[in-house]
Design a protein around this ligand. Sequence first.
Ligand SMILES: NC(=O)c1ccc[n+]([C@@H]2O[C@H](COP(=O)([O-])OP(=O)(O)OC[C@H]3O[C@@H](n4cnc5c(N)ncnc54)[C@H](O)[C@@H]3O)[C@@H](O)[C@H]2O)c1
Length: 487
Amino acid sequence: MCFALYIIYAAIEGLRVGSVNRIRRPLGYIMPGDKKVLGIRQEDYGGLWERRTPFNPDQVKKIVDQGVKVLMEPCGRRAFPQVAYEEAGAIFTDDLSEASLIIGIKQVPLPSILPDKTYCFFAHVIKAQEENMPLLDAILKHNIRLIDYEGWLDFKGVRLDSVFGQYAGRAGMVNILHGLGLRLLALGYHTPLIHIAAPHSYPSLAAIRDAVKHVGAAISKGAIPKSIGPLTFAFMGAGNVSRGAQEMLNGLPVEFVKAVELKEKALNGDHKKVYATVLDCEDHLVKRDGGKFDLNEYFKQPKLYRSIFPEEIAPWVSCIINGVLWNYDHPRTLTIENLRNLISQTPKDDGKGSPGTPKLPHRLLGVCDITADPGGSLEFVKDCTHIDSPFGLYNINDDSFKTSTFDGPGVLVCAVSNMPSQLPEEASSDFGDLLLPLIPDLLKSDATKSLSQEDLPKSIYDAVITSNGKLTPKFAYIEGLRAKAGV
Ligand SMILES: NC(=O)c1ccc[n+]([C@@H]2O[C@H](COP(=O)([O-])OP(=O)(O)OC[C@H]3O[C@@H](n4cnc5c(N)ncnc54)[C@H](O)[C@@H]3O)[C@@H](O)[C@H]2O)c1
């Protein structure tokens, strides 16, 4: 019976997924003869805040239960305790050399690279990022088969990195609500936003949702002073980051409106609500010659387009949540000059303010640049910020960025480049759920064999960046980018 089911499953999977080679076995199952030692790296690259890990203990148990030996490097910063992994059957060791497949989240420091292995991690090399070119060289030299999570589609076509985009959005939204509470206090206003803390200070996402709801209830009762309210938010982009951020704002009494409606809401809306608008490309980019918007054309020839956001939408926005995919030749969402104009447009005192509260210096109070692209779509965001010091005040008058205070002139900026690390338990678990079904096929990979002789499903084959000491044909363009940039 089991064998019959196996044959049917194998046939269906073979038809459904396709492969560079023939599919000889069902996806997601360990078969006799597969290599069965998996190594899980400690996260030792970059700052001290990386607490994510590819699998939680329950997911490790599922792998161990399939007959895989799981070796883990000790790492006291992991979001889950070592003892829980030990109970799941993992073996802790500093030596992963027995593993054919080694997985982690962030880049591997050069001295830690073990030759002839299949590695999965975020290498950040596909745009020939200069800082990671020594890593790429070491990977090629040591015959690593590098499979990168960036853009990797699982068997159902879901991008593995989409999980972290959503968590970046969630964490970033909480960050900026927390920061706005502090900034408004410095401007002379007590608001319920002061009761939202930094995302990492909550034990779970559920606890964050409760806190945001609590604040939402206070706003519904009129706790935002009339002279501030209603607060308005513009979400730039409509992808993973934006969706994650919108989801957190939903805990407040938010009304989503079209961009053209924001002005009316900002001027005459209900201060017991907040208002938000989501802008994808077609919502603010217009063709310079007056022609019709064409998304494909925009991405091919972005210079033909300009943004109407600075003049027509930004004057009515209290806070920008930036989640676009931006390239250096794309029009910026806000230039430094645009910001200067915005800051000079102080809202008129219409006499509707709450007694005892001062007037706002300007409507735009804060920016959460989740794209964390310094000098990118928001030109005045010149540096990323850090989880332990996530905010700064950008002062257009002297082009300064002060990170130690919420007091003084400027726009609050938050641009943390590793946002999802603030919610490591849930981000790791959701990521592990996507990665888990790929593990049996990944364990078949043998970096000492030619990639073309391997029996890997298309999903995995397509994500291989290097193998047998070379870039794969799909990623050979990286060489050209390097030559052009001289890196
Ligand atoms: N700070 C962090 O920790 C962190 C974590 C994850 C992702 N990111 C970054 O966030 C960005 C977005 O990631 P994502 O997963 O949401 O990508 P995505 O592809 O899911 O979404 C990008 C969105 O931007 C839109 N877009 C592109 N150009 C635009 C423009 N000019 N105006 C408005 N919308 C525009 C696209 O149509 C799409 O809706 C990426 O740059 C990514 O590297 C940062």
